[in-house]
Design a protein around this ligand. Structure first.
Ligand code: ADP
Ligand code: MG
Ligand code: ZN
Length: 502
């Protein structure tokens, strides 16, 4: 690996203006593949989910998956795109062992959706509009595993294994227009765009879009041009970047690398590059093919796709609220700041809190428990909030028990602990552990008497009118009752017994 000389990010930006293009592939969550009835489920034995169509056997004929077309149209609509009146699939011809047909069925000059935009919100709240060039349908390739080499790449491998279960799974490729005007915020814009797109895909319910599982992957195109010039520079294309953080790092690295090459009088070659998670660098892949090399031509085995306008309009009417708008609406409803909302997002808590509120909890309480006690426990166990064995309904019930005075915060935390330990729902845990707040005078009276007797000096002060000192006695009673006493009632009793007005 050749060590790449970089210039500092600040110096790069002082001389050049970055231009980006992001290509995102999303694997659709359809039950069957794009052109055949094979299952798309994960985890099956290699090559058990294949048939003559996805293996490209002679004489087999593809049939388009209607759900995939519907998903593509809904994605296009959510991205404010035009939906083609009529479009065709195209054959993209190239040889690679993971592609048994020797061509990939894709779309070329007639994408199903084109000319749209996605508004993305940056961390400071600023909204940046990213133009969408096109969203088109295609199929995934199989998966190769190279055995024997040190790096897992084909170079140095002794042999390779091929699994065609993934071959033919529907993909949507979403391509941005060249993104200009982001300046030094280019890496942040790239990350925010992919994050927003991922939220959108999830809100549409068309894919889980889990980047770590390859269900969503991003190619980062980047070029630099000297400030004040219009013409774009030559781009590099960093392939298959697999996390939000990596999208940001890859963009940043390429800005610094391009600036170094250009600044020393060199030229950028148009090529694909690999991103390395360990040090955030990229290295040269292959010299980029031109479109002509693929000998695209219309796929003769498939009829054109001509979505009826009424159907498209029906899908438009059924689109969910956009994630960005939903976030802003919830932020206002909950009365929290941008910054607090960002924490909620980072914690993956937005749907959990919403569901807890829908189950009857007040917004501030729902947020408090998920972002406080539950986030702490998830963190301790190294898991996601959503993976904790507690449902929003149960959290809402805890909130209700606190609101009606049956539990105080300390007891509520014990109830949550019990629920997480599998002891049942909140009511069951309260029963089994005997966790009710005690506010019954008979039960509290003795404890209050003891506290007064044990703290004569403080009791004297209170008798003398220093009502604020009652806090110390309340504390003593709470301690003696292991947190179960109703603190407000205890205070009343103390003042009553000492003959002062609260
Ligand atoms: P390819 O299939 O060759 O990667 P695409 O047109 O599918 O080409 O994608 C190229 C991506 O790069 C698009 O998002 C496009 O807007 C962007 N792009 C094109 N030219 C440049 C450039 N000079 N610098 C940065 N991005 C570019
Ligand atoms: Mg590309
Ligand atoms: Zn098949």
């Amino acid at each position: 690996m050749t060590v790449t000389e970089l210039v500092s990010y600040e110096d790069a930006l002082a001389s050049y203006d970055p231009v980006m293009g992001l290509e995102v592939h999303v694997e659709l969550g359809t039950r069957t593949k794009m052109f055949c009835g094979c299952s798309t489920s994960l985890g099956a034995d290699p090559n058990t989910q294949t048939c003559p169509v996805c293996l490209g056997l002679p004489g087999s004929l593809p049939v388009v998956n209607a759900t995939a077309v519907e998903s593509a149209v809904r994605i296009g609509l959510a991205l404010n795109c035009e939906i083609a009146q009529w479009c065709r699939f195209a054959r993209k011809n190239y040889f690679y062992p993971d592609m048994p047909k020797n061509f990939q069925i894709s779309q070329y000059d007639e994408p199903i959706a084109f000319d749209g935009y996605l508004d993305v919100q940056l961390e400071d709240g600023e909204v940046f509009r990213v133009g969408i060039e096109r969203a088109h349908m295609e199929e995934d390739t199989g998966k190769s595993t190279h055995i024997g080499g040190a790096t897992g790449r084909i170079h140095g491998a002794v042999h390779s294994l091929l699994d065609y279960n993934r071959a033919g799974i529907p993909l949507i490729e979403i391509v941005t227009k060249p993104i200009t005007g982001a300046g030094e915020r280019a890496p942040e814009v790239a990350k925010a765009y992919v994050a927003e797109l991922r939220e959108l895909i999830r809100a549409l319910g068309v894919s889980e879009a889990r980047m770590e599982m390859g269900q969503m992957r991003c190619d980062v195109n980047l070029s630099l041009r000297p400030h004040g010039t219009e013409t774009f520079g030559t781009r590099s294309e960093t392939k298959n970047v697999n996390s939000l953080r990596s999208v940001e790092r890859a963009t940043r690295f390429e800005i610094q690398r391009h600036a170094a090459v250009l600044g020393s009088g060199g030229t950028i070659v148009q090529e694909t590059r690999h991103f390395h998670e360990d040090d955030g660098s990229t290295t040269s892949g292959r010299v980029k093919e031109e479109a002509e090399d693929y000998r695209y031509f219309p796929e003769p085995d498939l009829v054109p796709v001509a979505p009826a306008r009424e159907w498209v309009e029906g899908l438009r009417a059924g689109l969910p609220e956009l994630p960005r708008l939903r976030r802003n609406r919830l932020r206002e409803e909950w009365g929290i700041s941008e910054h607090e909302m960002q924490s909620v997002l980072n914690a993956g808590a937005i749907d959990l809190i919403t569901a807890t509120i829908d189950a009857g909890a007040p917004a501030d309480q729902a947020r408090k428990w998920w972002m406080g006690e539950l986030a702490r426990r998830a963190n301790e166990q190294g898991t996601e909030l959503s993976a904790l064995p507690i449902t929003p309904d149960r959290v809402a019930r805890v909130c209700e028990l606190v609101a009606d005075g049956s539990l105080n915060d300390k007891l509520a935390r014990q109830v949550i602990e019990g629920v997480l330990a599998g002891e049942g729902g909140p009511d069951e845990v309260v029963d089994k552990r005997g966790l009710k707040v005690v506010s019954d005078t008979g039960a509290l009276s003795a404890a209050v008497d003891e506290a007064i007797a044990a703290n004569g000096a403080i009791a004297e002060k209170i008798r003398g009118g220093k009502v604020a000192a009652a806090g110390a006695l309340v504390g003593a009673v709470m301690k003696a009752t292991r947190g179960q006493a109703d603190a407000a009632r205890v205070r009343e009793l103390i003042l009553e017994k000492l003959g002062v007005q609260g």
